[in-house]
Ligand binder design. Structure first.
Ligand code: NAD
Length: 247
């Protein structure tokens, strides 16, 4: 069993969905977790995880699009817990629309949260991890960043960009004890996919060889592996979790 006792994990966008599932998985393995989100619901999430797994948790309100807010997230975590072993860039949004009709604002907003947010948080935490000479950074990309999708030019660009950040920072961190990997989920049952129309969901299912959507726990299990020493010789990689959609 993976043991993360005495480890400190931070997961962005973890008030709900995949982020929450990863935070729970780390807590179950004994880590202390920082829940951070723009949603105040994160406070409740942090309390519930602390009660369920008997670990220390903290909620910090943070907006990944704001450079100072990201810096403050890392600073506050270091003040409270003294170090950061695991950092997951999970916060993400969609603003779908066909390319010709896509509003400039919808392009900018998705890039700002999904891609610039990863830059903001990673630069802040990388500094701390360089000092520690250890750390695992996990970036949540998407299969859409690998294969593109109708109506998701902005999202695909942001998620492909995350892979570029992952591989570049992995190279810069490799001799400093820092590993950086990405997870590319396929279609996972969360609020993000719940809003899709029934016919869109049916069409998605027809593209998945395993014939069903994944669960947040499917992603959390791989995040646990990447966070732990079981993956100590793995860096700069992208792990696809999609029921066989992209092979
Ligand atoms: P979700 O909408 O349920 O959760 C996303 C969380 O991010 C929310 O709690 C939200 O408040 C938070 N967030 C949004 N903007 C933020 C900001 N500026 N700063 C901080 N937090 C912010 O979505 P989810 O399905 O759990 O998605 C989590 C991640 O997984 C996202 O990066 C998403 O792109 C990725 N992903 C999801 C799927 C899927 O099928 N659900 C597939 C591939 C990738």
């Amino acid at each position: 069993m993976i043991n993360l006792k005495d480890q400190i994990a931070v997961v962005t966008g973890s008030a709900r969905g995949i982020g929450r599932a990863m935070a729970e998985k780390f807590a179950e393995a004994g880590a202390k977790v920082v829940i951070t989100d723009i949603l105040e619901d994160g406070e409740k999430t942090a309390q519930e995880i602390a009660e369920k797994y008997g670990v220390e948790t903290k909620f910090i309100v943070s907006n990944v699009t704001d450079y100072e807010s990201a810096k403050n997230l890392v600073k506050t975590t270091l003040e409270v817990f003294g170090k950061i072993d695991i950092f997951v860039n999970n916060a993400g949004i969609t603003r779908d629309g066909l390319f010709l009709r896509m509003k400039e604002d919808d392009f900018d907003r998705v890039i700002s949260v999904n891609l610039k947010g990863v830059f903001n948080c990673t630069q802040a935490v990388f500094k701390a991890m360089v000092k520690q000479r250890s750390g695992s950074i996990i970036n949540i990309s998407s299969v859409i960043g690998l294969i593109g999708n109708v109506g998701q030019t902005n999202y695909a660009a942001s998620k492909a960009g995350i892979l570029g950040i992952t591989k570049s920072v992995a190279r810069e961190g490799a001799r400093r004890g820092i590993r950086v990997n990405a997870i590319a989920p396929g279609f996972i049952k969360t609020d993000m996919t719940h809003i899709l129309k029934e016919e869109v969901q049916k069409q998605i299912l027809s593209q998945i060889p395993m014939g069903e959507m994944g669960t947040p726990e499917d992603i959390a299990n791989t995040a646990l592996f990447l966070a732990s020493d079981l993956s100590k010789y793995i860096t700069g990689q992208v792990i696809t979790i999609d029921g066989g959609m992209v092979m």
